[in-house]
Design a binder for this molecule. Structure first.
Ligand code: GTP
Length: 214
């Protein structure tokens, strides 16, 4: 993919979780030559040409040495992914990005072709929501950044789940068949491993074992 064809979207990485199952900060897990957060930002940086928003926990910004990264933090601690989505979309909107790809930090196999396919499928919907491996994938999805305000209002009203935002939005669900209609994605990730997250040391070790030596 050449620089000139990159979508003019932002990317948002949620990196403010507690990593209880992993037992150590997932963003700082080693992947390749750096941390998992750096790796995911590297993928996103080649997938979109807008700002790369990193959402850390309240009071705990992530220091990342990357020219396009905008670090932000949650307004309140421990409210979970809906809060991270709200914070990240508002920050992307403040940078004049109308659309953002939103993901978690724990996706070692995220690929620019996946990001491109999801963004391309947004159309006139407010959310392009993959439904893969039997689950909705709110943290590997595309959103209109105007939803940041709606998500914040929902949080203020006590909502906590991304599903609460979807119930109040125009959502285009994307099946594996829908996504794999994109030839670029089909060529590089036919199993859609891009959404394979690592939550435990065992899952991390399994992916490290399967990783080609760099
Ligand atoms: N900014 C922000 N990110 C969050 C929050 N909760 C979870 N995340 C992120 O959302 C993604 C998915 O999080 P989970 O794996 O479900 O939760 P986690 O807290 O990281 O891990 P566990 O403690 O094992 O559940 C990860 O990238 C987390 O960093 C939050 O309250 N704020």
């Amino acid at each position: 993919m050449s620089q000139t064809t990159l979508p003019a979207a932002a990317a948002v990485v949620l990196a403010g979780g507690r990593s209880r199952r992993m037992g150590t900060d997932k963003a700082l897990l080693r992947w390749g030559d750096g941390s998992l957060l750096e790796h995911v930002l590297g993928v996103l940086g080649t997938a979109v040409c807008g700002p790369l928003v990193v959402v850390g926990a309240a009071g705990s910004p992530r220091a990342v040495d990357h020219p396009r990264v905008i670090p932000v933090t949650d307004d309140a601690p421990g409210l979970g992914p809906l809060q991270g989505i709200a914070t990240g979309l508002r920050a992307a909107a403040a940078q004049d990005s109308a659309v953002a790809f939103v993901c978690s930090v724990d996706l070692p196999l995220l690929h620019p072709a996946y990001v491109g396919a999801v963004l391309a499928a947004l159309g006139d919907a407010e959310v392009a929501l993959p439904v893969l491996h039997g689950h909705r994938q709110p943290l590997a999805a595309a959103y209109r950044t105007a939803l940041g305000e709606r998500a914040t209002a929902l949080l203020d009203a006590g909502a906590r789940r991304p599903g609460d935002l979807f119930a109040a939005s125009t959502v285009r669900e994307l099946s594996a068949v829908d996504l794999l209609a994109d030839p670029a994605l089909r060529a590089v990730d036919p199993a859609l491993d891009a959404v394979r997250d690592v939550d435990t040391p065992e899952e991390y070790a399994a992916l490290v074992r399967g990783r080609p030596e760099s």
